[in-house]
Design a protein around this ligand. Structure first.
Ligand code: SME
Length: 161
């Protein structure tokens, strides 16, 4: 089976998960599990959410699957995570050893994608995925991860109109 249909299938399963999850918290946990299980190169999958009260703004680790990370809170001006949250743009790093922004989570990590989660037009968090393989996140992976982040944003909006 090629990679393309697997991603297409997973996209449908992810949409179904969004329909069947009662809360945004459930959805985030289930998404981490699904992506980690089904995408063999997604070795760490987790959400960071912006702490509403913190000044300066901070990202705080939420649902995740994979080894515990030393980075449970990340300022918005640090890391690849901070770059994605502060710019509101997806960040893909094919070789983390060449990116000076990178905050190491595991020595095995080779590449990373971080996709912001928007609710009511504002960045409220992000979906972060690390891979033990270099350049693991191609255009289809980006679309899949962006789809997941968008579904979480919609779920958050529905729970906090
Ligand atoms: N690598 C991230 C830190 C989070 S861990 O990967 C889980 C960064 O550079 O912001």
């Amino acid at each position: 089976m090629s990679v393309t249909p697997r991603i297409g299938e997973l996209r449908n399963d992810v949409s179904e998960l969004a329909r069947s999850s009662p809360t945004s918290g459930d959805l985030m946990q289930r998404l981490c599990r699904l992506l980690h299980e089904r995408m063999l190169k997604y070795n760490w999958v987790g959400f960071y959410m912006i702490e509403p009260e913190s000044q300066p703004p901070m990202l705080s680790l939420g649902a995740f699957v994979g080894a515990m990370t030393p980075h449970t809170r990340i300022p918005l001006n640090q890391g690849i995570c901070g770059a994605a949250a502060s710019s509101g743009q997806t960040v893909v790093v094919d070789d983390v050893s060449k990116d000076p922004r990178y905050l190491a989570c595991s020595l095995e990590t080779k590449s990373e994608i971080v996709v912001p989660v928007f609710a009511h037009g504002k960045v409220v968090g992000e979906l972060d995925i690390d891979s033990h393989f270099p350049a693991a996140f191609g255009p289809e992976d980006q679309q899949l991860v962006q789809h997941c982040a968008a579904l979480v944003g919609k779920k958050l909006e529905a729970s906090e109109p």
